[in-house]
Design a protein around this ligand. Structure first.
Ligand SMILES: [Zn+2]
Length: 338
């Protein structure tokens, strides 16, 4: 049974006016559209045209999102349901860098990129062909990486990609403030935040991400992932999760202290307090995952690699650490499991 609309309510308007209300929404406003679609069967009818187009898929793109799907071609209903899911998360998530704030941040940078980029640079889906080497320096990393740290539940590196993908959001956590570091007591598991995980890793979004891992031996130092709909934060994390459990040798730590993992002399820094001995540094950062506990992940830098395109480097910067190494280790001793 449908209740009669009270007089003077939105739903007492004729269909033509409901369509005008629909047209008044900014085409990028995910929350307004989901709200209006779910309001009533009559407002839902305004979306009849949308079902003939890529409306819902485009709406997600303009909000910096691409939702994971199986091998089959996703249907229009799939994209619409995904939009509902993200809207519901945006309405309920209280994390200061997720929810509505993240949608707005994503929209702002997508809008900026679409205004400044030559449309010829884009293919039909607005995903950048990242194998073109002349894009160096024109790709921005999603700033969300600054808020991501890893807990000690590093997945085994010999797991298959599908399993690693499931674990990637469970071995990472999301900070409210990257400048406040008290372990993960004020942080939340990244797994709980689909808007973050499914946001594009870069702006403009790229279809192929090749990462140089400066902290690894040569045979493992480059790995890559592809996503025809745009590489996501989750895709990038899955790639990195392959290496979190791997050890860093004392010699490599010395190299990292001198140059960072990016082999770029401009970024020289020493992340450790003066009070830490060399063995303290080794104790605190003996695995790749631990390295991210003593430095803050800034995101990706992009450098020309060879004629096949560029490589992304994992850029880090020093963060505040306590004077004694044991205090640091204690902060990271009790991983959250849920
Ligand atoms: Zn969230």
């Amino acid at each position: 049974m449908t209740l009669a609309a009270p007089k003077n309510s939105l739903l007492s308007l004729p269909n033509e006016l409901l369509l005008l209300v629909y047209d008044s929404f900014e085409p990028w406003d995910l929350l307004a559209h989901v709200c209006y679609h779910q309001l009533h069967s009559r407002t839902q009818a305004c979306y009849a045209r949308a079902y003939m187009t890529d409306f819902w898929q485009n709406l997600l793109f303009y909000n910096g999102l691409v939702t994971p799907f199986s091998e089959m071609e996703p249907t229009k209903a799939f994209w619409r349901e995904a939009a509902f899911g993200y809207a519901n998360h945006a309405w309920t998530c209280t994390h200061s860098v997720c929810g509505r704030q993240r949608l707005e941040a994503n929209r702002a940078i997508i809008r900026e990129k679409l205004e400044t980029w030559n449309p010829e640079d884009w293919d039909g889906t607005c995903i950048l062909d990242s194998r073109a080497a002349d894009f160096r320096g024109r790709i921005d990393s999603n700033d969300i990486f600054r808020y991501i740290d890893f807990n000690n539940s590093f997945p085994r590196h010999d797991l298959d990609v599908e399993t690693l993908s499931k674990l990637a959001g469970k071995c990472a956590f999301l900070r409210a403030d990257p400048d406040v570091d008290d372990g993960w007591h004020t942080a939340d598991l990244l797994h709980n935040h689909p808007i973050i995980l499914d946001s594009f890793a870069t702006f403009p979004p790229i279809d192929w991400l090749r990462i140089f891992h400066g902290f690894l031996e040569d045979e493992d130092s480059v790995s890559e992932t592809t996503n025809d709909y745009g590489v996501t934060v989750h895709d990038a994390l899955t790639l990195l999760a392959t290496h979190l459990e791997k050890g860093i040798t004392p010699n490599t730590i010395e190299e990292l202290v001198m140059h960072g993992p990016w082999d770029d002399s401009e970024n020289v820094h020493d992340p450790f307090p003066d009070s830490w001995s060399q063995s303290d540094a080794v104790l605190a950062a003996h695995r790749v995952g631990h390295w991210f506990q003593v430095t803050r992940w800034r995101g990706f830098g992009f450098h020309v690699f060879d004629e096949t395109g560029y490589v992304a480097t994992v850029d880090c910067e020093g963060k505040w650490l306590p004077e004694d190494v044991q205090s640091h280790i204690d902060r990271y001793t009790y991983p959250r499991t849920s």
